[in-house]
Ligand binder design. Structure first.
Ligand code: PMP
Length: 445
């Protein structure tokens, strides 16, 4: 083991030395197609000349200025660009260095909003089981991934409650329409709110499309509209976490556009900076910032690197390239192609139960039995093996699995850069098919 450590302590990582377009090269010269954009990050691929030029231009002018003293043109212009394309009502942006930080800011801003309004009794958050909002303690608390939470359970936030996710493949009963299923889940949320007292809840937080934990799972039609109504009825804020599914990945700039709802707080990150710099953002409705502005005039929060000029300049360039090159059209077209190819390769696969997603955010779910939907035994560590088999074949995909909560199985997430073409997608699906088959064969008894 080297002096650096990451998640896996017992394995050696290949060393990435060069990124060009959709590929990453390691120190041995081996090339990998980046079909997951890392973890749904690299939306423009690697070494985009416009982004590099923007970074160079920024560092020539100003490396860093603390936000306790200054704002910067980079932060202002990025915020302007984001608001220009934001859902109506969202009028302000708060920058962070990543997704978890942006979720923490959302939780604290939501609470402070009610403190300023004198609603001190609002002390509860509601999240969803199997949701993921980050690994910092607040974000982990509102998340519902039991495996990630388990070792830290005694030190998580106390006033957090969870309801079922909208997970049609496993959650919808055979005798239920998708619409009825969505209504049942909304009712579960409503019941939870009644149990806590509607006036005691700060916010409900959900991923618009569930990413890391379940794998590219969209809600059924109408679900989020009902959720929005329920929150409004009780004055509860709606926080949508689009760290993974946002900033164009599903074919619209914000995934919530496809649901026809606007959250009070919208969290974005990964695709915002496309990996060129660590940056996340909290996009906020006018009414919330107005309440603080007219109240204490102070948001009791902050980080040293928030609004970092280099990060903002990189993100601004990424967002301008996406608009200039009309890349969301490619996301939709190649997304359709990817879904079709995945369907052809895995639609009748004996160990693939579901193929799903929107835009360039798609996944296959692996099952030991298609009929019963029984997941593979987590002890098999199928996800670890799939990742390795894919890497051996020069392919980066994002497999997850190893459930301990008895519900979740293994899935493989694909999130290629928005510049991907059909031929590359064909290669990705071919290599993925081989990797999945090899991993199942290798881990079987
Ligand atoms: N929310 C969601 C939906 C995410 O997918 C992630 C990261 N996978 C986070 C929050 C946390 O973001 P970060 O890793 O940048 O802290």
């Amino acid at each position: 083991m080297t002096h650096v450590f990451y998640r896996q302590l017992t394995r050696d990582y290949p060393s990435a030395v060069l990124g060009r377009g959709i590929t990453i090269r390691d120190a041995t010269g081996k090339e990998y197609i980046d079909a997951s954009g890392g973890a749904a990050v690299s939306c423009l691929g690697h070494s985009n000349p416009d982004v590099l030029a923007a970074l160079h231009a920024q560092i020539d002018k100003l490396d860093y200025a603390h936000t306790g003293f200054f704002t910067t043109p980079a932060a202002e212009e990025l915020a302007d660009e984001m608001i220009r394309h934001a859902p109506a009502g969202i009028g302000h942006v708060y920058f962070t260095s990543g997704g978890s930080e942006a979720v923490e800011a959302a939780l604290k801003l939501a609470r402070q909003y009610f403190v300023e309004r004198g609603e001190l009794q609002r002390q509860h958050f509601i999240g969803r089981l199997q949701g993921y909002h980050g690994n910092t303690l607040g974000a982990l608390s509102v998340g519902g991934n039991l495996w990630r939470r388990k070792p830290f359970a005694p030190i998580l936030l106390e006033n957090v409650h969870h309801v079922s996710p909208c997970y049609e493949y496993r959650g919808r009963r055979i005798d239920e329409t998708p619409q009825r299923y969505g209504e049942r889940l909304a009712q579960e949320l409503s019941n939870k709110i009644d149990e806590l007292g509607g006036g005691n809840v700060i916010a409900f937080i959900a991923e618009t499309m569930v990413g890391a934990t379940l794998g590219a799972v969209p809600a059924v039609p109408g679900y989020f509209k009902r959720v929005r109504e329920i929150c409004d009825r009780h004055g509860i804020l709606l926080i949508l976490d689009e760290v993974m599914c946002g900033m164009g990945r599903t074919g619209t700039l914000h995934a919530c556009e496809q649901e026809g709802v606007t959250p009070d707080l919208l969290v974005v990150a990964k695709g915002l900076g496309g990996g060129y710099a660590p940056i996340g953002a909290l996009m906020v409705q006018e009414k919330i910032v107005k309440t603080l502005t007219e109240g204490s005039g102070f948001f009791q929060h902050g980080h040293t690197y928030m609004g970092h000029p280099l990060a903002c300049a990189a993100a601004l360039a990424v967002q301008r390239v996406i608009q200039r090159d009309n890349l969301l059209t490619n996301v939709k077209a190649q997304g359709d192609h990817l879904l079709r190819r995945l369907g052809e390769r895995f639609g009748n696969h004996p160990f693939v139960g579901d193929v799903r997603g929107r835009g360039l955010f798609q996944a296959i779910e692996l099952v030991a039995d298609r009929g019963t939907k029984e997941p593979f035994d987590p002890a098999r560590k199928l996800n670890v093996r799939i990742k390795q088999e894919a890497m051996d074949r020069g392919l980066m995909v994002y497999p997850m699995g190893g459930t301990v909560d008895g519900v979740r199985g293994d899935h493989v997430l694909l999130a290629p850069p928005f510049i991907v073409d059909a031929a590359t997608i064909d290669t990705v699906v071919e290599r993925l098919g081989e990797a999945v088959d090899a991993a199942i064969a290798a881990t079987g008894k």
